[in-house]
Design a protein around this ligand. Structure first.
Ligand code: MG
Length: 399
């Protein structure tokens, strides 16, 4: 064979058409919109005060009429996420197959939008699309997502974050947490991060006295402190048996987290402000954290979340996701990896009313969803009541 024949052969090999995918899976339309879901009560941590939680939504419709839904969760800017999907992702999605989840992830990730945001808006929009494709895959298989991922069928313990706000005075804080414990939770988290850490020390000690030693207590500074402040409160956290100290420092301060973790027996936790497999890799392999908290709405969806979860398990770190999805998707993701001896998920109920298939938690324990899909479908009444005007649009074969 001459060289030119070999070159021709290579050329023709690259031109061989791939086997056609399932025609039912052809993506026909991509729609985006957003909801502003009102909170039952206003809340505050060390960084923000909130009256509503905004849920950007993408719905991907395939030729067989199925609709896969991906969601995110933000304080503001839902139009940014919707615009990335509408303007840059949807034109490349329409007309392709929904089954190629990993291939689609890589294709969208390496679009020129990569330069605009490997973390944050662009990446979160990728996560929404990825989530919608996994929702479709689970629907098509006729099983809930956790079953498609091979998860255990056990009930999953939740810890309660819907209490312990910085906006509460000490008496209300204690009352708030004891109410949660009376309702069945055995693990609760409180916010810290006041300008004077001694005020937080006072609050922590008051809470521990009130709830007793049998309840697991965690705290979260939402990145508000510098290293020396965070270090000063460590003896108090050790004294009360704090289970973990969440986001003590700026999320990108790898070295600070490493020094802090080396200085205490309390587990340092972080992850809600890390957006990628590579960012987590530095923190996990660098022994900067012992509790790993990926959020499926901030990393690139289910696909990247699973990779991060595997990393955590391989290093012996605890995996406890941050629930920017208000647990709706994470209820499927926990308990699907080898590194979770006791799966645990964060309970925040703020957006339950927005979903058609609401999560079920009794006495602090989650019952695995049984409906096919990822539990992301939006309730039609919620859309009518809470859709934000002027945000989102539709791209489709016929549009
Ligand atoms: Mg947090």
């Amino acid at each position: 064979m001459h060289d030119t024949d070999a070159a021709q052969g290579l050329l023709s090999a690259t031109r061989v058409d791939l086997p056609p995918g399932n025609p039912d899976c052809l993506i026909e339309a991509v729609e985006t919109y957003a909801l502003a879901v009102p909170l039952a009560r206003p809340i505050a941590d060390s960084t923000a005060s909130l009256r509503s939680w905004i849920v950007p939504v993408v719905e991907i419709r395939t030729a067989d009429g199925r609709v896969g839904t991906g969601i995110s969760g933000v304080h503001l800017g839902p139009e940014l996420l919707c615009d990335v999907i509408t303007n840059y992702y949807a034109p490349t999605l329409v007309g392709t197959g929904s089954e190629d989840i990993l291939g689609t992830w890589k294709r969208l990730y390496w679009l020129p939008t990569h330069w605009l945001g490997r973390q944050g808006t662009v990446h979160m929009a990728l996560g929404m699309v990825d989530m919608a494709l996994w929702d479709l895959a689970a629907q098509r298989a006729g099983v809930p997502l956790w079953r498609l991922l091979g998860g255990t069928a056990d009930v999953i313990e939740t810890y309660n974050t819907d209490g312990g706000w910085l906006s509460l005075g000490i008496d209300d804080l204690v009352r708030d947490l004891t109410t949660l414990i009376d309702r069945g939770w055995r693990r609760v988290k409180i916010k810290v991060g006041s300008p004077d850490w001694r005020e937080d020390a006072q609050r922590i000690r008051a809470v521990r006295r009130a709830i007793g030693d049998g309840i697991t207590l965690m705290c979260d500074a939402n990145q508000r402190w510098d290293f020396s402040t965070a270090r000063q409160i460590l003896p108090v956290l050790e004294e009360v048996g704090m289970d973990w100290f969440e986001e003590p420092l700026h999320a990108d301060d790898l070295e600070g987290h490493q020094r802090l973790q080396a200085a205490t027996t309390v587990d340092i936790a972080a992850g809600e402000s890390l957006y990628s497999y590579h960012a987590f890799s530095s923190f996990i392999a660098g022994d900067a954290i012992r509790v790993v908290q990926p959020d499926v709405t901030r990393v690139g969806g289910v696909t990247e979340w699973q990779q991060i979860a595997s990393q955590a398990g391989g290093r012996g770190a605890r995996l406890v996701p941050h629930a920017g999805d208000m647990m709706q998707v994470h209820q499927h993701l926990v308990g699907t990896t080898l590194g979770e001896p006791e799966p645990l998920v964060e309970f925040i109920p703020w957006t339950q009313q927005a979903f058609r298939d609401r999560s079920v938690v009794r006495d602090g324990y989650l019952e695995r969803p049984q409906q096919p899909g990822a539990s992301t479908a939006i309730d039609p009444k919620a859309r009518r009541d809470w859709q934000i005007r002027g945000v989102g649009s539709t791209v489709g074969l016929r549009s």
